[in-house]
Design a protein around this ligand. Structure first.
Ligand code: SAM
Length: 239
C-alpha cells in the first residue's frame, strides 16, 4: 500500500503520551478514568485509547485528506487525526476557545455565544503544539483559537479550499451547542462523502434525531461506553 512506511500503531502512540516529561522530568500527562488529562488540570479530558485508534484508522483506511475538529482540548484527538493525515498527506485544522481548562466547569460556558477567548498562552494550545512536535505531525495539523459557531467559517477557510472529508465534533456538550457546531460545518462538507465523528453521544447531551435530520442519515455508535465514550459516526453523503 502507498505510504505504508508511515503507518503506526495507534495504541502504542497513545501510550507514549504518558512518557512525555517536562524539563524537571515530571510527567506532563496523566490517566483519568480511561482518558488523558494534563497533569494537575482536571479538565478537559481527552478521547480514550480505542477512540484514538478509531480516528487514525478511519482516516488512513478511507484515504481522507481534509479535516476539521471542534475542539482541540489539549491536542490528543488532533494527534490521532494528524497521524492519519501524515499517512494520507492530508491536513487537519483544529479549533478551540481554551475555556474549559480555565473555567473547569462545563456548565459555565455551555451555549454562551458571547464568550470570546483569545488566550494564546493557554496550556491546551501549548500542549497541542508540543504533541505535534513530539510526534512530528506539524505539517499535517494547524491549531486555531476560535469559538464555534462564530469562527468556524474563518477557521476552515483559512486552511482548506477543498470540501471536508473528515469532521470531529467534541466541543460544548449540550443539545443546542452540538446542533450549532454541526450546522456551522454543513456548507463545508463534501457532498459526495464526509466521515463525521461525534464524541459523547449520550441521550442527555445530544438530540440525536435532530442531528440525524440535519445530516440526512443515521449516526452509528461505533465505540459505546466503556471502550469509548459513546463515539458516534455517520458517513454523510448527499450526492
Ligand atoms: C472534551 S474537550 C476536547 C478534547 C479533545 N477533542 C481530545 O479528545 O483531545 C472539549 C473542548 O471544547 C472546547 N469548547 C467548548 N465549547 C466550545 C466552543 N463553542 N467553541 C470552541 N471550543 C469550545 C473547550 O474549551 C474544551 O477544550
Amino acid at each position: 500500500m502507498e505510504n505504508e512506511e508511515v503507518r503506526i500503531d495507534p495504541d502504542a502512540m497513545y501510550g507514549n503520551i504518558f512518557h512525555i516529561k517536562d524539563d524537571e522530568s515530571k510527567n506532563l500527562y496523566e490517566e483519568q478514568t480511561g482518558h488523558i488529562r494534563m497533569a494537575g488540570c482536571p479538565f478537559p479530558l481527552s478521547i480514550k485509547k480505542a477512540e484514538f485508534a478509531y480516528i487514525y484508522n478511519l482516516i488512513v483506511e478511507h484515504n481522507l485528506r481534509t479535516g476539521y475538529e471542534c475542539a482541540t482540548g489539549f491536542g490528543v484527538s488532533g494527534l490521532a487525526a494528524a497521524l492519519g493525515f501524515k499517512h494520507t498527506k492530508g491536513k487537519l485544522v483544529s479549533m478551540d476557545a481554551y475555556i474549559e481548562e480555565e473555567l473547569q466547569d462545563a456548565s459555565k460556558y455551555l451555549d454562551d455565544d458571547t464568550f470570546i477567548r483569545t488566550l494564546l498562552d493557554s496550556k491546551g494550545y501549548k500542549s497541542a503544539k508540543l504533541l505535534s512536535e513530539t510526534f512530528e505531525t506539524q505539517p499535517y495539523v494547524e491549531f486555531k483559537i476560535g469559538w464555534s459557531p462564530k469562527d468556524v467559517s474563518t477557521v476552515i477557510e483559512s486552511e482548506h479550499s477543498e470540501p471536508l472529508d473528515y469532521v470531529f465534533i467534541d466541543g460544548g456538550h449540550s443539545k443546542s451547542q452540538i446542533i450549532k457546531d454541526t450546522t456551522a460545518v454543513l456548507p463545508y462538507l463534501n457532498p459526495s462523502g464526509c466521515y463525521m465523528v461525534f464524541h459523547d453521544l449520550w441521550d442527555s447531551l445530544v438530540d440525536k434525531t435532530k442531528l440525524e435530520e440535519l445530516l440526512h442519515g443515521e449516526i452509528s455508535i461505533v465505540l459505546p461506553f466503556p471502550e469509548g465514550e459513546n463515539l458516534g459516526m455517520i458517513h454523510y453523503k448527499i450526492a
